[in-house]
Design a protein around this ligand. Structure first.
Ligand SMILES: C[S@@+](CC[C@H](N)C(=O)[O-])C[C@H]1O[C@@H](n2cnc3c(N)ncnc32)[C@H](O)[C@@H]1O
Length: 198
């Protein structure tokens, strides 16, 4: 399974995948993650990727060429399902993560600033996904959420397959869990105090 993240901050991606189960999955060649910087495919000598919105408005938008060129470059190497993460997309959930697992190769376009020129969406995006009804500075965190939730569905991503019986796997939340010792006088005491308070 391969993820391509289109981002003006490739280091964020490279840092994220250096940790935990992602690092392990990449070392074991189970998953591949590549950050693509649209500045490298901007088509102009300055590597410029943004411009003011045509017709006015605040902030800056990603121009079409750098993003479309980057997605086309990715498509030269692999057939890929292209997602744009944005607040106006379909809300992401566990079912969507399971559905997306069917794609061997996923590209996630991460917006920044005021967002992206709408023509990018019309030209090279297969679907738009939101991670919730709030606004983030950029799409990278949303892309990590998608990538991690999808990767966890891969049968070998989590060493212990029983762990896949997590919350939402059967439409329900997981039951509360405890570590040993079963009884501890000081915790019991704190627990009782908290119960009296509420
Ligand atoms: C500051 S936001 C732009 C918000 C946009 N002007 C709007 O009002 O919908 C910059 C980028 O962050 C990402 N983003 C922000 N909130 C998000 C969310 N809830 N889900 C997914 N991506 C989000 C998108 O890629 C977006 O293009």
């Amino acid at each position: 399974m391969k993820f391509n993240l289109v981002t003006i901050f490739p280091d964020l991606v490279n840092n994220f995948i250096e940790h935990g189960l992602f690092a392990k999955a990449i070392n074991n060649s189970l998953i591949e993650v590549k950050a693509w910087d649209p500045r490298e495919f901007s088509g102009n000598k300055d590597g410029r990727i943004d411009d003011k919105p045509f017709g006015g408005g605040q902030g800056m938008l990603f121009q079409p060429e750098p993003i479309i060129n980057t997605v086309n470059e990715i498509k030269k190497h692999n057939k890929t399902h292209v997602i744009f993460v944005a607040p106006h997309g379909t809300i992401f959930n566990q079912k969507k993560a399971i559905d997306l697992k069917a794609y061997e190769n996923i590209t996630i376009v991460c917006g920044r600033y005021e967002g992206i020129d709408k023509r990018i969406e019309e030209t090279c995006i297969d679907e738009v996904i939101s991670i919730g009804d709030y606004v983030l500075n950029g799409g990278e965190l949303a892309a990590f959420v998608l990538m991690e939730a999808i990767a966890r569905q891969h049968k070998d991503f989590i060493g212990n397959k029983e762990s896949l019986n997590d919350s939402f796997s059967d439409g329900l939340l997981e039951h509360p869990q405890y570590t040993r010792p079963e009884k501890n006088a000081s915790w019991e005491c704190a627990r009782n105090i908290n119960q009296w308070k509420s």
